[in-house]
Design a protein around this ligand. Structure first.
Ligand code: KG4
Ligand code: ZN
Length: 336
């Protein structure tokens, strides 16, 4: 079965074609980073307009790539994300479904991130524990089945990627700062500054990243006020140590207490080499099977949406052409 996937929830317009949820036939990602960089973050209206410009051309290219092969359904990210951005993808997918007379498949963006691991690891099947760390979300979930999830923990405030971007901004790095922080971090001392690692006694798999972000802001402001020199490399390394340390510890602890001992990782932050190494070392020690996504599937893309679209479709999850988009919705499908 061949699914066309469409993703436009934030600042990447993406279209892909995937066979049987695992085999990528075509995949295009048009990033808007260069536009949003000028403003230090994503400007929602500019994002929506840029999606509008890019989406038809990318779809034409993806359909050209598959030649004579026929698609069986159209999957689209319908939640969560920037509403104007989501609506471009959803409206486009609806028109396409209507014109091509194909089923329309709504896909939750975070379910899509998890599906990046199905593409990377053809042997990965639920149940397993998953860590999803992106610019907008930080979750630990138990994936009971391809379309059945239990939320074990989530962030109480900032997402992991968001905290990377905000801390990066304080030390003068352009948006999005996550990958640049990693580069700086590799040149610094992770033990130089004891930034806080937050845990909740009664909520062991949840996160809080606003404290570590504020600690970076205060550290830099204090140094600037007193005129003391400071090392951006040490800040990046110590910050990365605090954030990736918490992500890895909690994800591994969750995987250890769930059966079978399998941990899949997903989302933009899962591209971070320091996090990947921590997870690899900890999972080896605890005898947990670790599934890391291919680096090019960590960030937003449409292959992951088409992949999850296949599993949603086989579970009977299709939508009418009155499908709407939702800015907030949890991975279980509940609006909140
Ligand atoms: O999953 P994603 O592409 O978009 C959302 O769904 O939010 O994640 C983007 C986030 C950004 O915050 C970006 O800075 C972060 O992932 N990111 C990283 C790295 N690469 C991307 N954070 C830390 N280290 C990286 N290497
Ligand atoms: Zn994402």
């Amino acid at each position: 079965m061949i699914i066309l996937g469409i993703e436009s929830s934030c600042d990447e317009t993406a279209v892909a074609v995937v066979e049987n949820g695992r085999n990528v036939l075509s995949s295009y990602v048009a990033s808007q980073i260069d536009i949003h960089k000028l403003y230090g973050g994503v400007v929602p209206e500019i994002a929506a307009r840029a999606h509008c410009e890019a989406i038809s051309g990318l779809t034409k290219q993806a359909l050209n790539d598959i030649g004579d092969k026929k698609i069986d359904g159209i999957a689209v990210t319908y939640a969560p994300g920037l509403i104007g951005a989501l609506l471009v993808g959803v409206s486009f997918a609806k028109s396409l479904a209507l014109a091509m007379n194909k089923p329309l498949i709504p896909v939750h963006h975070l379910r899509g991130h998890v599906a990046a691991d199905y593409i990377t690891h053809p042997d990965l099947e639920p149940p397993f524990t998953a860590l999803i760390a992106s610019g907008g979300h930080s979750h630990i979930v138990y994936v009971k089945d391809y379309t059945d999830y239990q939320i074990l923990g989530t962030t109480h405030d900032d997402a992991a990627g968001e905290s990377f971007d905000k801390a990066a901004r304080v030390i003068g790095l352009p948006y999005p700062g996550g990958a640049l922080m990693e580069e700086l971090a590799k040149k610094g001392n992770p033990k130089a500054i004891p930034f806080p690692k937050v845990s909740f006694k009664d909520d062991p798999f949840s996160f809080s990243f606003s404290g570590v972000k504020t600690a970076v802001i205060n550290y830099v402001h204090n140094k600037e006020q007193t005129g003391e020199a400071y090392s951006k490399e040490d800040i990046a390394a110590s910050f990365t140590e605090a954030v990736t340390g918490v992500l890895a510890e909690k994800a591994v602890a969750a995987a250890e207490t769930h059966h079978p001992k399998k941990l899949a990782v997903a989302g933009g932050v899962s591209a971070n080499g320091i996090l990947r190494q921590k997870l690899t070392d900890a999972c080896e020690k605890k005898d947990i099977a670790l599934y890391l996504p291919d680096k090019k599937l960590c960030g937003d893309n449409a292959a992951m949406i088409a992949a999850q679209g296949y599993f949603e479709f086989t579970a009977g999850h299709t939508a009418g052409i009155n499908l709407n988009a939702y800015p907030t919705m949890n991975i279980c499908g509940n609006l909140f």
